[in-house]
Each structure stands twice: as structure tokens, then as C-alpha cells.
Design a protein around this ligand. Sequence first.
Ligand code: ZN
Length: 348
Amino acid sequence: MSSLIQRFFKRFPGFLTCTALAGWALSVPLTAAAAVPEAATSTCRNAGLDVVVLGSGGPELSDQRASTGYLVREDGKARFIIDFGAGASLNFERAGGRIEDLHALLFTHFHVDHSNDLPALVKAAFFTNRRADLPLYGPTGSATIPTTPLFVERQFGDKGVYPYLADFLTGEAGFALKPVAVDASHAQPKLFSTQVAGFTLKAIAVEHGLMPSLGWRVEKDGCAVVVSGDTSNAGKTLDVLAQGADVFIAHNAVPEHSHDEVALHLHMTPAEIGRIAQHTGSRSLVLSHFMRRTDGAHAETAAAIRQHYRGSLAFAQDCEVYSLQSGRRTGRCATNRDHRGGGAEGKK
Ligand SMILES: [Zn+2]
């Protein structure tokens, strides 16, 4: 069933757009296949697409990792940022990222560890030649957190915490941030889909306690990278979003045998990650968003995942680069030292 769905999804990528998915998702078989199949062959036709792990950590400051962030590149050029937590801005620089090249910023949710390098990026844009408006997609709000346009307004608006950056909302700075709220309600999850500069961006609501949250999918030329966001996957919406992913980045924030009810309410277990990867036919699974409680449990995590999934499995480190075509790690972004003396032309 999973490969059939995968082929259908790739052939008709817009099919589920704006369709209520709750019933569909619940019809998905939830048990692991008895014989775990190998992942499907890639349809990815673009060898220039890759994803850089800008941050593989969560909110802790004792993990030797930047907080969460990813960069989708084409031919080495920065195209989409997905989340931008503390430290991600430095690794964006190390990855050779130029703010001028970005097509959009995508946020899974606005917890601090996913979003608080945004002001650093906006201020840094002042020192670039960027002139094209920059869309910023994120979830609709709740009593817990403002909706995306209000989140942006409260940082950079006239009455925000950084009113001196208000020109980045009006466009007087040379370009404007263009916030877009994507429906993150759980009652009737819908697959959001839009086209940006030749890429297809898709998002779907994922369960993350009280925090409105999205998973994101970036597609081009038959290639797809999916970022789970933080989620328990209680609504099984990742079963839809991750179909046929070339690289499925899943957040590993609770260990397999956790008894922490709060954490289990917010995050998915390794067994659930493995089940999703197997069910969706994801070709490559990259674990990220480690916390100390999972960073010391890689062997146990791998064993739980291997109960379900036999495809490529990696535990991400900051600055690693993964090819969408091969699904494999192809290198690391440069260090500060590599960039010194010539690699940072966007700086003034
Ligand atoms: Zn997080």
C-alpha cells in the first residue's frame, strides 16, 4: 500500500491540497510490516539539491549543538531556510549561505529553539544587496503563540521589540518580509501547497501539545525533503506529508523507553519515527533535534527504528550536508577558517 500511495503522491502532487485528511490518515495501517522492505528507488532528477543541517539540537545549551535549523540549497545556493534556532545563523554562514539567494523562510513553529536567530538574519540583511521581498511562512496562532504575521509584527513592527527594524516590514529597507500564516489546526488537517520560484512547498499541521506546529516538505524535479518539526505525530499527518521523501528529517527528542509523559505528549518515539519512515517509503532518514536524553541513546534509538525501517539512517551533526538524490551525507559546510580571506562576498 505504501509504495502505491507514494507513486500516486509523486504523480499527482497537488491531489490532497485543501482536502481534509483526518479520516484518510486514520485509515493508514498503524502496525509495522512483518517483512521490512527496502526503500523505493528515487525519482529525484536534480543532483544539485541538498539540505544542510544548520542545527541538530533542541533548546538545551549543554549539547554542543546549535538549535534547530535546515537549509535547502540548489547548486550550492541557499534557497529555503526551515527553522532558525540559536546558532543556526552561524552555520548558515559556514554553509556559504547568502541572504540574497533565499526564496523563503519556513517555520515549523515558534518555540525559541526554532526561531530565535530570525532577528539576526533580518538585521544582517541590511548589509546585503537583497531587493526581492522575502516570504516567511509559519503556523496560524493560538492562545499560546501569535499567528505568523503577528509574531513578525511583534518583533519588527513599530511597536515591536525591534522597532528600528520596521523598515523590513514596509519595504523601505530595500525589501520586505512577507509573513504568511499556514493553517495549523488539528481538527481538519489540510495539506498546504504553494509554488515558489520553481519549487513546491507543502506543509501540514502536526501535533505538538499546545503549540501550533507544521511539518514542511520542499520539492523540485521529483526530489523531496521533509522536516517533521516537533511532534508526537498523534494525528498521523506525517504519514501523508512524508510519502516518498528522499530525505526525511525526523526530530528525535524522546528516547524509546521514556516515562516522561509530558515529553511523550510533545514528541514521537524512535519506533514511531521508524514506522513513519517505513510506511511512507522514505529513502533516507536523518535524525535531528537531539536532546541530552536522546543523544546518549543512539544505539537504542537505532534498534527501535530498525524494527520498522531498513533504509538509510543517519544521526545528524551540525553542518552536515545531505544530497536529495542519493539521500546520503555528501560532506560538511566549511569552517570559519575556510571562509576567512575570500569566501564571504556578501559581507560589507
Ligand atoms: Zn524544539
